[in-house]
Write a protein that binds this ligand. Structure first.
Ligand code: MRU
Length: 360
C-alpha cells in the first residue's frame, strides 16, 4: 500500500542493515524534518517519553521494532538469556508512557512470537521477531485505511470537522485514525473544512495536525483550544473526529487532555462526536475509563514549553495530566477497522478486542 500524500515521510521505520529504528523527530516539526536513529533501549525510551515519536499506534510500532533491534544487538544463542534480555528491555520500554495500550500490546505480541519460536536457532528467531514487527506496522497501515473508509461513510461532502491533538499520519503508520477519513475525502473531492485545536500544552494540533493536513492540501484552520465552543456555536462544525489511546470495555475512551471537554461541547451543540482507533486500542482488562492509567508530565510543559520565556510565576503549582477520559455516553460512535459501533458499546468492543487480551 502506498500513501500518495506522504511518499517521502515515514514516521517510523526499521533500518535493517544499520540495526536501528529510524523515527521522524516530531519535536522538531513543523520547522525541520529530521530523522533520528535509535539503537539502544535508553534512546528508544527517551524518544517515546519526549514525544519525538508519539501517537498510540506509532509508539506501538516503535516498541516492536525497538525490542527487535535491542535483543538482536544483545546477541547470544541461549534462549533463556534471550528471554531474560527481552523481558528486561520490554518492561523498561513499556514504562516510557503508560496510557496508550498499543505500547504494551505490541511488546506482548512480540513476546508471544518469541515464545512460539523458542525451538529455532537464534538466527531464525531474529527473522521471526523482525517479521512480527513488520506485521504490526503493516496491519496498522491497513487498519488506518479501513478506519478511514468507515469514518468517511459518516461524513457529508463539504462538512466542517473539528479535531483535537494529532491522530494522523504522524501518529500512525500511514493514513492515521481520526484524520484517515479526511485523507480519503481529499482523494475523492469531499472538500472538508477542518478546524484543528492547537492542543495545549505540547501543541500537537498546531505543530503536527495543521502541518500534515496542509502538506496534503486539505483546508485546515488552526484554533486555540478555548475557541472550540465559539466555532461550534457559529455552525462551522458538523462532526468531531478524535483518536484514542485506550478504549475501556464499556467504551470510555482516553485521548489527549482536552478531548473530553470537546465532547461536552459537541453534546451541547448537538454535533456528533466520533472516536476513531484500531481494535488494538481496546483494552478489555479495563472495565471503565477509571482503570485507565493517566500519564502525568513535567510541569515545565505548562509553564515554559513553546514560550519564548517562562509564562507563569516560579513555583506555581501545576497539574499536567497528558490525557483525559471521555465517558462513553458522550460518544456518538466508535470507529475501528472492524466497523462502526454505536452505544451501548460493550458487545461490539468485546467481539473486537484482541484474542487473549482480556484476563491476561
Ligand atoms: O501525547 P501524544 O501526542 O502521544 O497523544 C496522542 C493522542 O492523544 C492521539 O490522539 C492518540 O494517540 C491517537 S493517535 C492515532
Amino acid at each position: 500500500m502506498t500513501n500518495e500524500f506522504f511518499p517521502d515521510l515515514r514516521t517510523v521505520r526499521l533500518d535493517e542493515p544499520g540495526g536501528a529504528v529510524v523515527i521522524l523527530d516530531q519535536t522538531r516539526l513543523p520547522g525541520e524534518e529530521t530523522y533520528v536513529e535509535l539503537r539502544t533501549p535508553e534512546q528508544i525510551w527517551e524518544a517515546i517519553r519526549e514525544l519525538k515519536v508519539r501517537g498510540a499506534p506509532a509508539i506501538g510500532v516503535t516498541a516492536a521494532y525497538g525490542i527487535y533491534v535491542c535483543c538482536r544487538r544483545a546477541g547470544g544463542s541461549c534462549f533463556d538469556d534471550l528471554c531474560e534480555t527481552f523481558d528486561r528491555t520490554a518492561a523498561y520500554l513499556a514504562s516510557s508512557r503508560p496510557t496508550a495500550v498499543n505500547l504494551s500490546a505490541a511488546l506482548e505480541r512480540m513476546r508471544n512470537c518469541l515464545l512460539a519460536h523458542r525451538d529455532e536457532p537464534a538466527a531464525g528467531i531474529w527473522d521471526r521477531l523482525r517479521d512480527e514487527a513488520e506485521a504490526i506496522r503493516r496491519e496498522d497501515a491497513t487498519a488506518c485505511r479501513q478506519i478511514g473508509e468507515y469514518g468517511l461513510s459518516l461524513l457529508e461532502p463539504g462538512a466542517g470537522i473539528l479535531t483535537h491533538c494529532n491522530a494522523g499520519h504522524l501518529a500512525t503508520s500511514e493514513y492515521g485514525t481520526a484524520l484517515a477519513p479526511l485523507y480519503l475525502g481529499q482523494e475523492r473531492g469531499y472538500g472538508f473544512r477542518v478546524y484543528a485545536d492547537e492542543t495545549r500544552p505540547l501543541l500537537q494540533g498546531a505543530r503536527l495536525t495543521s502541518y500534515e493536513l496542509m502538506r496534503a492540501g486539505i483546508d485546515v484552520t488552526l484554533i486555540c483550544d478555548n475557541m472550540a465552543s465559539l466555532v461550534m456555536s457559529e455552525g462551522r462544525v458538523q462532526a468531531v473526529l478524535v483518536g484514542c489511546d485506550r478504549i475501556a470495555a464499556n467504551g470510555d475512551a482516553a485521548n489527549k487532555i482536552g478531548t473530553s471537554g470537546v465532547a461536552v461541547l459537541a453534546r451541547h451543540y448537538g454535533i456528533p462526536f466520533y472516536v476513531l482507533g484500531p481494535t488494538s486500542t481496546i483494552d478489555a482488562d479495563c472495565p471503565t475509563g477509571a482503570s485507565i492509567p493517566i500519564e502525568q508530565r513535567d510541569p515545565a510543559e505548562v509553564t515554559e514549553a513553546h514560550y519564548a520565556q517562562r509564562m507563569a510565576p516560579r513555583n506555581v503549582k501545576v497539574y499536567n495530566p497528558a490525557f483525559d477520559v471521555t465517558p462513553c455516553d458522550l460518544i456518538t460512535a466508535i470507529v475501528t477497522e472492524r466497523g462502526i459501533a454505536r452505544p451501548p458499546f460493550d458487545d461490539a468492543l468485546r467481539a473486537w478486542s484482541l484474542p487473549g487480551r482480556a484476563g491476561r
